[in-house]
Design a binder for this molecule. Structure first.
Ligand code: NAG
Ligand code: NAG
Ligand code: NAG
Ligand code: NAG
Ligand code: NAG
Ligand code: NAG
Ligand code: NAG
Ligand code: NAG
Ligand code: NAG
Ligand code: NAG
Ligand code: NAG
Length: 572
């Protein structure tokens, strides 16, 4: 994990934390319905009212559509099936209300003779409390001559035209005697409290009974309301559909506080999903960081170099900006090489494959083997080559640096490496030997490339692995030095470099590189390897053949040395 990533993750976590802390309040504030309906209201003489009641100065979603109260008069009014009723008492815990017919308030002769009709969907009489009081209108005058059987006789001017002789009777037995009262043209049932039913048939008793009203129980989605209240919500309605709605702190729902159906709950869902996604992302991030750290501590020995390498990569990318080789993902590499189908060669580092850039340019993709996990070779190569620009140094076009997957992308060299052209033994029909003139030009060009590496760059680059296999030839047989996996960068002023371990290839390696007894390692070590390379080019054979079993073959430099000692020309 790159150290610069930690501040990024830290600030990200802070933002997420702040967001989470602020979220509940913003969500709460989001549901204005809850805040608006939360406070109970007063209506004239009635206090502490709430659902299902509402009034003109309170939004209708706080109540039930059929329970609007008119608070403008002294006694709150409610309209039940087109009739005005005075609301005398409301008991929210029992869900009861006591109402009295407004048209009968203080009088016995209403403007119109209408029976009491309640909406049975919303209300029901409380039969233990209520009873009917019946008033008879437009009765024949002879009734007044009957013996007093508990009649109260009164005259009414209804429709302001006719005066009716009317009666009220205490005795229900007279009701059974339909004939007697059948003579009356109208009768009206007015519910009254049983406890207030008149004991005497007098005007005052009748008025008092009617004015005390009667009890109603309401059933405005009571079970849904109970569920809502239990969930911590407030009962209400959806004004657009006139259906029940539950206003919760975190949103308005059709029922309870968690089912989703309203727009605000869907919004909340989106917010919740986003929140969860962010949380998962953070968790994955943390886990990856953790695993990465674990792995790094396992690779304890390489930890320091790897970290340094990462810094190198970052540094050179920032130093070179757009000039830096392009970074590719492993999948892009795979696509480029058509899944590594065309192998150009194999080395200790891994394989080299032919590939094609998206722009059609042919490239050689060097994939570093996973076993060399610490990536030092890789960093060496990228850091070294990216500092160079010379006709005799291979051009790095891009690279891929992912965990355990590292690759370098070079310009494609159609003629392959020099070794194919200089050994008799391996020469075949395809690998013909080069002309002396060409060989000479190649030797000079390699020297130029080496000189450039040693003196031409701001940082001296020691290659440490100059050999025919690492000299690539383009279509015109112009050599290019490649494979900087063992290279070392050093300050110009350092002529001697300190080195741990051996670098190079047997047969080309300078003595001081494999044994400190021969002196300090410097750029001259590359020159030694170059010398051995030139010897091979001239001799047309390997200096040292690892696979050699024939004892007549000797170490080539020895052989030349002996030849020279005998005063003979090296090449006959
Ligand atoms: C309702 O009336 C009660 C008692 O009079 C009073 O305490 C309360 O503040 C009133 N509420 C409102 C909203 O006016
Ligand atoms: C108002 O009613 C609620 C329950 O509906 C109750 O908890 C509260 O004490 C009541 N307040 C007053 C002032 O009556
Ligand atoms: C009661 O309300 C209905 C509409 O809901 C209206 O048509 C009717 O006139 C009202 N009745 C009274 C007496 O206000
Ligand atoms: C019923 O009450 C409304 C106001 O709530 C009023 O405008 C209307 O005149 C009343 N109707 C009767 C018949 O009392
Ligand atoms: C509602 O009725 C219950 C039971 O009769 C009673 O205890 C309570 O005080 C009543 N509440 C109101 C506001 O009248
Ligand atoms: C009231 O209802 C009774 C039956 O319950 C009916 O005979 C009577 O005519 C009704 N009165 C009016 C004014 O509609
Ligand atoms: C009064 O009488 C009517 C029909 O005559 C009936 O529907 C109603 O339930 C009665 N009310 C009470 C409180 O008994
Ligand atoms: C009602 O009117 C009749 C005749 O119109 C009259 O005889 C009777 O005394 C009146 N009753 C009352 C209580 O005024
Ligand atoms: C009052 O007049 C209306 C028509 O204006 C009529 O329908 C109704 O029956 C009358 N009421 C009485 C009690 O006469
Ligand atoms: C109860 O709620 C449902 C759906 O919200 C609605 O269809 C029904 O009419 C309601 N019942 C009453 C009595 O308000
Ligand atoms: C809303 O909050 C309540 C508690 O007030 C909770 O039970 C419910 O699950 C929450 N609903 C959603 C959708 O988060």
């Amino acid at each position: 994990m790159h150290p610069h990533l930690f501040p990024t993750i830290t600030s990200f976590l802070i933002i997420v934390t702040v967001a989470l802390i602020h979220c509940p309040t913003s969500l709460r504030a989001d549901n204005e319905n809850y805040l608006t309906c939360e406070a109970p209201f007063n209506c004239s003489s009635l206090v502490n009212l709430s659902y299902p009641f509402w009034t003109s100065n309170r939004p209708n979603y706080c109540g039930h559509p059929s329970f609007q109260l008119d608070c403008s008069s002294k006694v709150p009014q409610i309209n039940i099936t087109t009739m005005n009723y005075s609301v005398l008492e409301i008991n929210n815990s029992l869900r009861t209300l006591r109402v009295a017919r407004t048209d009968y308030l203080g009088k016995i002769c209403p403007a119109a003779l209408v029976n009491t009709t309640i909406d049975n969907n919303l209300f029901s009489y409380i039969t233990s409390d209520d009873t009917n009081l019946t008033l008879y209108y437009d009765c024949p005058p002879h009734l007044a001559t009957l013996p007093n059987l508990g009649f109260y006789q009164f005259n009414c001017s209804i429709n302001s035209s006719t005066t009716f002789i009317s009666y009220y009777t205490l005795t229900s037995t007279f009701l059974a005697n339909g004939n007697l009262f059948g003579a009356c043209n109208y009768w009206v049932n007015v519910p009254v409290l049983q406890s207030a039913f008149p004991t005497t048939a007098t005007y005052d008793a009748v008025i008092a009974a009617i004015d005390s009203g009667f009890m109603l129980e309401w059933g405005a989605n009571n079970s849904q309301c109970d569920t809502c209240l239990k969930a911590g919500g407030l009962c209400g309605s959806d004004p657009t559909t006139s259906t029940f709605a539950c206003h919760c702190t975190n949103g308005t729902f059709a029922s309870g506080c968690s089912t989703e159906s309203t727009r605000s709950s869907r919004m909340r869902e989106i917010i919740a999903v986003t929140g969860i996604a962010v949380a998962v992302l953070v968790a994955v991030c943390i886990i990856i960081c953790y695993l990465r750290r674990e792995q790094l501590s396992k690779e304890f020995i390489f930890r320091k170099t790897t970290r340094k390498n990462d810094e190198n990569i970052k540094e050179f990318i920032s130093n070179y900006g757009s000039l830096a080789p392009k970074q590719y993902s492993y999948s892009e590499i795979k696509k480029m090489t058509n899944s590594f189908i065309d192998k150009l060669g194999q080395g200790g580092y891994g394989g080299v494959y032919k590939g094609k850039l998206p722009d059609g340019k042919l490239v050689a993709v060097k994939v570093l083997s996973e076993s060399k996990g610490n990536g030092e070779d890789f960093i060496n190569e990228v850091a070294s080559i990216s500092r160079t620009s010379h006709v005799n140094i291979v051009t790095l076009l891009g690279f891929c640096y992912e965990k355990n997957k590292q690759a370098l992308i070079y310009e494609f060299m159609p003629n392959g490496s020099l070794d194919k052209f200089i050994y008799h033994r391996e020469s075949s029909a395809t690998n013909c030997r080069l002309e002396w003139k060409t060989l000479y030009q190649i030797a000079v060009d390699i020297a130029r490339g080496l000189e450039y590496l040693h003196r031409g760059c701001s940082t001296r680059i020691l290659h440490f692995d100059i050999k025919p296999q690492n000299i690539l030839l383009d279509k015109d047989f112009v050599p290019k030095i490649s494979d900087f996996g063992l290279a070392k960068l050093c300050q110009r002023k350092d002529s001697i470099v300190s080195m741990l371990g051996m670098r190079g290839t047997v047969g080309y390696i300078a003595p001081e590189v494999f044994s400190r007894n021969f002196g300090g390692v410097s750029h001259k070590s590359d020159v030694y390897s170059y010398g051995m390379l030139v010897l091979e080019m001239v001799g047309g054979r390997k200096n040292f053949d690892v696979g050699m079993s024939n004892s007549s073959e000797t170490y080539f430099p020895d052989w030349i040395y002996k030849d020279l000692e005998q005063g003979m020309d090296g090449r006959t």
